[in-house]
Design a protein around this ligand. Structure first.
Ligand code: SF4
Length: 235
């Protein structure tokens, strides 16, 4: 992966619309491109763009085993609506069995280390499997979600993973995302109607108030500075 390729793709992203860019990179990275969804508003827009336009990009999800029933519902509705496969990745079962046997099912509330251990087993290890052999990873990141996402570009080099990341919704506002979902009849997680913005695992996510930080509803018992789960280095 080179910086010049990232620059070339960023130029493309400023000249073409998201569907055209997705089609181009689907060809360029054929068989080595994945979009990972957690079925939130943003991810549902990208899923719609890929599936409705029949673009050859693998769609995958990490099922941590601790998701909301509402998330499984929109997961199921998405399969019904588009009739396309979504590859499921499950946690590191050996590690998970050991962790829960020794520490119980709510160890993540006791320390940051325990929380990171759980996120590693349930999210990072399966993500690493989902990204094996992948050269381009599509995400639903938007710039307005946090201050440290504002300097990002459509295409970025994830140096640690040596993967190119594409963030097609980077400049979109939340209002634009919601408008797209409503106008295109895209299935969405009903928890968004109840004040949930960033929806992850059920024990670690809660609703927020208007004006709160985007991540305020995640791991609310921890210091802001420690809130990352290892999926995105810009978290
Ligand atoms: Fe575990 Fe919570 Fe992380 Fe989900 S968000 S993997 S339940 S610590």
């Amino acid at each position: 992966m080179t910086t010049s390729l990232v620059n070339e793709l960023n130029t493309l992203a400023t000249e073409k619309n998201s569907v055209e860019v997705l089609k181009t990179i689907a060809e360029k990275f054929q068989g080595k491109i994945v979009f990972t969804t957690s079925f939130g508003y943003e991810d549902q827009v990208i899923t719609d763009l890929i599936f409705k336009n029949d673009i050859d990009i693998k769609v995958a999800t990490l099922d941590t085993g601790r998701l909301f029933k509402e998330t499984y519902k929109v997961y199921s509705q998405t399969l019904d609506q588009y009739k396309k496969p979504i590859q499921a990745y499950y946690p590191d079962m050996d590690g998970l069995e050991k962790m829960v046997t020794i520490k119980g099912p709510y160890s993540f509330y006791n320390s940051v280390e325990n929380r990171k251990e759980c996120c590693t087993l349930r999210k990072v290890v399966p993500l690493n499997r989902a990204l094996e052999g992948i050269e381009c990873w599509i995400t639903g990141i938007r710039a307005e979600q946090s201050p440290n996402r504002q300097g990002m570009t459509f295409f970025e080099l994830d140096e640690q993973r040596q993967i190119i990341k594409y963030n097609p919704l980077l400049p979109w506002s939340l209002e634009e995302v919601i408008k797209y979902v409503k106008e295109n009849n895209v299935p969405y997680n009903v928890l968004h109607d109840k004040g949930f913005v960033s929806i992850g695992c059920e024990p670690c996510t809660r609703a927020i108030q208007p004006g709160d930080d985007f991540r305020a509803g995640r791991w609310w018992w921890e210091d802001n500075s420690k809130k990352e789960c290892g999926l995105h280095s810009h978290n």
